[in-house]
Design a binder for this molecule. Structure first.
Ligand SMILES: Cc1cc2nc3c(=O)[nH]c(=O)nc-3n(C[C@H](O)[C@H](O)[C@H](O)COP(=O)(O)OP(=O)(O)OC[C@H]3O[C@@H](n4cnc5c(N)ncnc54)[C@H](O)[C@@H]3O)c2cc1C
Length: 413
């Protein structure tokens, strides 16, 4: 092999899965100059869970600065910076019906003290009614947005060389041969090899790891969103929201049709250990109730909500609700990006730079990750993200007990 060839081989990376997780990683690596080979079993990007057109992202806030809270605030900033053109709606409101005016002031002061003034504000009942059509005090998220996951995927993969994208290409087996990872199709044919292999195929990551006898504890969680048709004469119409409302689930602003009737999208159901992609009536009913609760209406309006469309997807999820991002212990060059749960936008925004940092460290021969690669992230925050999302925490059996967190990777400051 001459120098040029060996250099090319050194910077080649394979990514399995062109949902929002895989596309965002593949896009980021490609923009950095890596030769990215992207494989997906479907005919194009975002055909499975990431076919979701209305994914809400917002920073999580609360009285305590929890890990989840700090990571989502960072991820939300990254998503806003990267994917503003895939945002279909902005801001969101969370009604907190029991909140008194004095508690509002306390909370508002607290958010200011915590430096959250850009992420969350308190709305009085009157303000909320004016902005959202919901009569309740609550939290206003100025930086929340609704994203089209297919638009994010299209944008991300546009930077990859088209001849290195393989559609209708299901990977059924992976294996390591000398220092190179190999991927095989349904016919058992070797169809690609590279020093780095990134598995971003949603719940399917589990099956691919099983082909090398690794058992990763992630589970499928079925979700359904429902769009309801509401006739113009319904008593529900004056209460329909003008903005995204979140709480137990979320709903989009209702859309006025030419007929003066309305369409209103509400979600999502959350059924652990189910993978059925057919629509369920039960989930539509749950969503209808969720929607009425979100806007503070009683259930007598259920009869006015006619289901006209559903979206069903299978999330992959971990026990601690954080994603799995990083290397599989004792398998150099093998990385995973999955378990994004209900936070596909946020964890994709964070996942791409985390995985990229590992890839850079791998090719540089470094055993430590570069700090500060996340815009606006301090070195301690970066260290916390990296160790909290390490897949080693969920590996079952010998691999986990031998290596789990025994050799954590910390950034250089
Ligand atoms: C009802 C519902 C509502 C949701 N709401 C929100 C929300 O409001 N906000 C938010 O941020 N997120 C939301 N999510 C979550 C979000 O949709 C997911 O986290 C995200 O789409 C997961 O992306 P992914 O790339 O990991 O998986 P996927 O989109 O499933 O991508 C995996 C890809 O891998 C490919 N693949 C699988 N196996 C193989 C193989 N063996 N070989 C080759 N290719 C393979 C598939 O074809 C697919 O393209 C919601 C999910 C659901 C179901």
């Amino acid at each position: 092999m001459n120098n040029k060839e060996s250099n090319i081989e050194k910077t080649k990376v394979m990514v399995i899965g062109a949902g929002v997780a895989g596309s965002s990683i593949a896009g980021e690596l490609s923009r950095l100059g890596y030769e990215v080979h992207l494989y997906d079993k479907n005919k194009g990007p975002a055909q499975e869970t990431s076919s979701h057109e209305t994914a809400l992202a917002h920073p999580h806030v609360g009285k305590k600065k929890s890990k989840l809270q700090r990571f989502t605030q960072l991820a939300n900033r990254l998503a806003n910076q990267k994917w503003s053109e895939a945002q279909l709606d902005h801001q969101a409101f969370e009604p907190l019906r029991e909140l008194s005016l004095s508690k509002c002031r306390d909370l508002s002061d607290l958010f200011d003290e915590m430096g959250l003034q850009n992420d969350v504000q308190i709305l009085t009942k009157e303000d909320a009614y004016f902005r959202t059509n919901i009569q309740a005090t609550g939290l206003w998220y100025p930086t929340a947005a609704v994203y089209s996951l297919p638009m994010i995927c299209e944008k991300e993969i546009s930077s990859i060389d088209k001849s290195c994208i393989y559609w209708n290409c299901q990977i059924l087996k992976i294996q390591k041969e000398k220092d190179v990872w190999q991927v095989f199709n349904h016919a058992g044919e070797l169809i690609g090899s590279a020093p780095i292999l990134i598995l971003a195929s949603g719940i399917e990551v589990q099956n691919l790891l099983k082909t090398i006898d690794i058992d990763l504890a992630i589970r499928p969680v079925r979700g359904q969103l429902s769009t309801f048709h509401i006739k113009k004469e319904s008593l529900l119409v004056p209460h329909l929201p003008k903005k995204v409302i979140r709480g137990d689930g979320y709903c989009l602003p209702a859309k006025l049709l030419e007929t003066q009737d309305w369409h209103w999208e509400v979600g999502s159901s959350y059924d652990e250990d189910h993978s059925d992609i057919l629509p369920w009536d039960k989930s539509d009913q749950e969503n209808a109730i969720k929607g009425l609760n979100l806007i503070g209406c009683d259930h007598s309006h259920l009869k006015d909500m006619l289901v006209i469309n559903t979206f069903v997807g299978i999330r992959s999820a971990s026990k601690d609700r954080l994603p799995l991002l990083g290397p599989i212990p004792n398998q150099p060059g093998l990385l995973v990006a999955c378990a994004y749960g209900s936070r596909g936008v946020l964890w994709s925004a964070l996942g791409a730079p985390v995985i990229t940092a590992y890839v850079e460290a791998f090719f540089a021969g470094a055993d430590r990750l570069r700090a500060g690669f996340l815009t606006g992230a301090s070195a301690p925050l970066f260290a916390e993200v990296v160790s909290a999302v390490n897949p080693g925490r969920f590996l079952r059996g010998v691999l986990a007990t031998r290596t789990s967190n025994s050799k954590p990777i910390f950034p250089v400051s």
